[in-house]
Design a protein around this ligand. Structure first.
Ligand SMILES: [Zn+2]
Length: 345
């Protein structure tokens, strides 16, 4: 029996180890970051399409409204202008005095005046008829435009609802990916405080926001902490660095040693005055953008096994040793991040 318990314990330990190895897979983290970036981009595009559609609907509604108003105004003007003609015709038919001109014509006793008044009446009747027809045509056109407006509105609303649903779906997907990414980071020892500040600042979608701050003035809350205590970087650089460090751990059995990552303006000034010529002018350093690290644990020695490994492997994670740091000044410990050079799928 003890044998089986031992086997069980061993089995469980092996499973946990395998799970942990999978969690620590440096490619997985990069994959999650890329998924997060991709889903955020899709969400942004869909949101833009929705906004564009809404603006289009608003413009179409405005145009239809204006068209309807013009038609209604024309209809009203015509109705008003036919008013006097109509009243006169009514008068001719209703007041006996006015029809006196007609009677002699009917009795055959007509003169020029009677004929003129007859022509007038006939003219009025024709005009009235024409205006009635015009009003009817305008009313019909109004109805047609109103029906068209209704149809356009209905199809626009349908399209908008479909786009809204798509945006919702993409937002949920994006949230889910960011959540998985956060969980993976937590498993790798990244501290997430109670209000989820790290999750917030390690969201790669925040990288762009952090990029809006001037060099050395990025608020701490906008930076993602590294596994190495006290150090942080811009979210995308941090996630790439954590992936790189996990790959390094597989080779050397320990994470990458870090002496410096993000430096604020005051820290950069202090380094600059302590080691003039060795640190960038304050406000010009990539450390102030959260995109550079200074390393130790062997990497700081040119051509050490660690340095050579870094040269061979860091680029696929987006990290590289800049050309200037090979010579002027010679800084083998200084490494930088460029999101455009990583080759991980
Ligand atoms: Zn440096």
């Amino acid at each position: 029996m003890p044998g089986r318990v031992e086997a069980d314990v061993r089995q469980r330990a092996a499973t946990a180890e395998a799970a942990e190895a999978a969690d620590r897979d440096p490619a997985k983290l990069t994959q999650l970051r890329k998924q997060a970036e991709k889903s955020a981009q899709e969400l942004e595009e869909a949101t833009k399409a929705l906004e564009k559609r809404r603006a289009g609907i608003a413009a179409a509604e405005k145009e239809l409204k204006a068209k309807l108003l013009t038609l209604q105004q024309a209809e009203r003007r015509l109705a008003e202008s036919r008013q006097p003609v109509a009243q006169m015709v009514e008068l001719v038919y209703q007041q006996p005095g006015m029809t006196s001109g007609v009677a002699p014509f009917l009795s055959g006793d007509s003169d020029a005046g009677t004929l003129r008044s007859m022509a007038n009446v006939s003219q009025m009747v024709t005009e009235r008829q024409a205006s009635v027809e015009q009003v009817a045509a305008l009313a019909k056109e109004s109805q047609r435009v109103a029906a068209e407006a209704q149809e356009i509105r209905a199809s626009n609303l349908l399209a908008e609802a479909q786009l809204s649903a798509e945006v919702d779906m993409l937002r949920k997907r994006s949230d889910k990916v960011v959540k998985s990414l956060t969980q993976a980071l937590v498993k790798l020892g990244i501290k997430v405080d109670k209000v989820g500040k790290a999750a917030f600042s390690c969201n790669p979608l925040r990288a762009a926001t952090a990029g809006n701050y001037p060099n050395g003035l990025i608020p701490t809350a906008m930076l993602c902490p590294l596994q190495q205590k006290g150090h942080s970087l811009r979210a995308d650089a941090a996630i790439a660095f954590i992936s790189l460090s996990e790959a390094y751990r597989r080779q050397f059995g320990r994470p990458i040693c870090v002496t410096d990552a993000y430096r604020n303006l005051a820290e950069q000034q202090s380094v600059y005055y302590r080691r003039p010529g060795f640190a960038a002018v304050p406000g010009r350093s990539n450390h102030g953008l959260g995109l550079a690290v200074d390393l130790c644990g062997g990497v700081e020695r040119f051509r050490s096994a660690e340095f050579v490994w870094m040269e061979r492997n860091s680029k696929k994670f987006g990290w590289f040793h800049p050309d200037w740091a090979y010579s002027s000044p010679f800084e083998p410990w200084h490494w930088e991040y460029d999101p455009k050079i990583d080759t991980l799928p």
